[in-house]
Write a protein that binds this ligand. Structure first.
Ligand SMILES: O=C(O)C1=C[C@@H](OP(=O)(O)O)[C@@H](O)[C@H](O)C1
Ligand SMILES: C=C(OP(=O)(O)O)C(=O)O
Length: 428
């Protein structure tokens, strides 16, 4: 347990850079390992989730050198991984376990994947079921839905799969399997999820193409080592964007944030609520759009949120619920049932925590209804071991009328190890 307390702030001011994008960091380690030759990654997120991915590839014979600035990966080509001699521990990372399940299903060796107490409760059938259609042999607890997973690598065949959920993890897992499968692998999704895999596959020379509502991968191309620069994580920037909007007297510049349109739901939602967020100096890094964000405190208004914007902002709903609790009027969030199967049930966790802070919030099956209050209270909040819940409640503390203490903030290291240091830098 590592409690942390945030006191009400007079403003959130200055200039910061947030650490590298978690999704892009995972994919750069994976594709760098599968490519021939050297890949260099600058701006890699060194959070616990990404370190789980890095250790997984090291345990399969990949050599890496990290000088603190650049991670160098000595890739061994598509068929260069070796059988891990022990169980691979994916820690808290859904992205690690789901993506590498697709990759390992196609290797000529046996592997076992597990994770922490939270990851072992999360559903895996969403990837294992389509992988089994490709010919994968994967056993898991709870009828094949929960880790630990035992994977007996096989020759796979391409399939055409329409995923019932918009999930970049499902899509990417099948894309990785598709690098090895006979023929082509098509994945369709009900609305667009983050497309970092598509962009990075292309960057490394894989045969990948966008099709209406999805993506197609053909096996055959070797991947070639590349130089990658990872942009700042918009999911991490989101906490500071909301902080600057809800604390009066704020003006914050967040430099070098990834603004891939499949991730900018948070900007669209907060702008629709009346938030002042300017995109400055838009540019491109390794095939990903980047901008500096200038955020000024704003009077927010409640809105209706649902549909296609939801997967484009999926990790941001905990902090969006904080913004909604500080807005005028009612915010309704729909179509966000996926929040119930993240590190924790994020709908239940935010409803309980915001109520402790004097918020007026009702849970629905697939979202929440939040009535804004004039000012949140100080309170003792519970992270439930979920990094995004911990950070969201600390942001709520900046705008509350008394201190907010979060009971356990160790989990923040999952995605944003420098969070409290940056908070102390900009909160006045
Ligand atoms: O592919 C990725 O990097 C991720 C996809 C999302 O999960 P789902 O695919 O389950 O929506 C997101 O919540 C997660 O933090 C990262
Ligand atoms: C849900 C998340 O990640 P993952 O699924 O990789 O554990 C997250 O970072 O909010």
């Amino acid at each position: 347990m590592k409690p942390y307390t945030v006191k009400p702030a007079q403003g959130v001011r200055g200039e910061i850079s947030v650490p590298g994008d978690k999704s892009i960091s995972h994919r750069s380690i994976m594709l760098g390992s599968l490519a021939r030759g050297t890949t260099t990654v600058r701006g890699l997120l060194r959070g616990e989730d990404n370190m789980s991915t890095l250790k997984a590839f090291q345990s399969m014979g990949i050599e890496t050198v990290d000088d603190g600035e650049t991670l160098t990966i000595h890739g061994k080509g598509l068929h260069g991984l070796t059988e891990p001699t022990d169980v691979i521990d994916c820690g808290n990372s859904g992205t690690t376990i789901r993506l590498i399940s697709g990759l390992l299903a196609a290797q000529n060796f046996f592997s076992v994947l597990t994770g922490d107490q939270y990851l072992r409760k999360r559903p895996m059938k969403r990837v294992l079921q389509p992988l089994s259609l490709m010919g994968a042999i994967i056993h898991g607890r709870a009828g094949g839905d929960k880790a630990p997973l035992a994977i007996v690598g096989q020759k796979l065949k391409g399939i055409s799969y329409a995923s019932p959920v918009a999930s970049a993890q499902v899509k990417s897992s099948l894309m990785l399997a598709g690098l090895y499968a006979d023929g082509e692998t098509r994945v369709m999704e009900p609305s667009v999820s983050r497309d970092h895999s598509e962009r990075m596959f292309r960057h490394f020379g894989a045969d990948v193409a966008s099709i209406p509502g999805g993506v197609v991968v053909r096996s055959g191309n070797e991947l070639e080592g590349r130089e990658i620069v990872v942009p700042g994580d918009i999911s991490s920037a989101a906490f500071f964007i909301v902080a600057a909007l809800i604390v009066p007297g704020s003006e914050l510049l967040i430099k070098g944030v990834g603004v891939n349109p499949t991730r900018t739901g948070i900007i669209d939602i907060l702008t629709a609520m009346g938030g002042s967020i300017e995109l400055l100096d838009c540019r491109e890094l390794s095939g990903e759009p980047v901008a500096d964000l200038l955020v000024r405190s704003s009077i927010l208004k409640g809105i209706e949120i649902g549909g296609d914007v939801v997967p484009r902002a999926i990790d941001e709903f905990p902090v969006i619920s904080v913004a909604a609790a500080c807005a005028q009027g009612r915010t309704t969030i729909r179509d966000a049932r996926e929040l119930r199967v993240k590190e924790t049930d994020r709908i239940a966790a935010m409803a309980a925590n915001l109520r402790l802070a004097g918020g007026c919030i009702e849970e629905t099956d697939d979202g929440m209804v939040i009535e804004g209050v004039e000012r949140l209270n100080g309170c003792a909040a519970e992270s439930r071991g979920d990094h995004r819940i911990a950070m969201s409640m600390l942001i709520a503390g900046l705008a509350a009328n008394g201190p907010v203490t979060v009971d356990d903030t160790e989990c923040i290291a999952t995605s944003f190890p420098t969070f409290t240091a940056l908070l102390e830098k900009v909160a006045c």
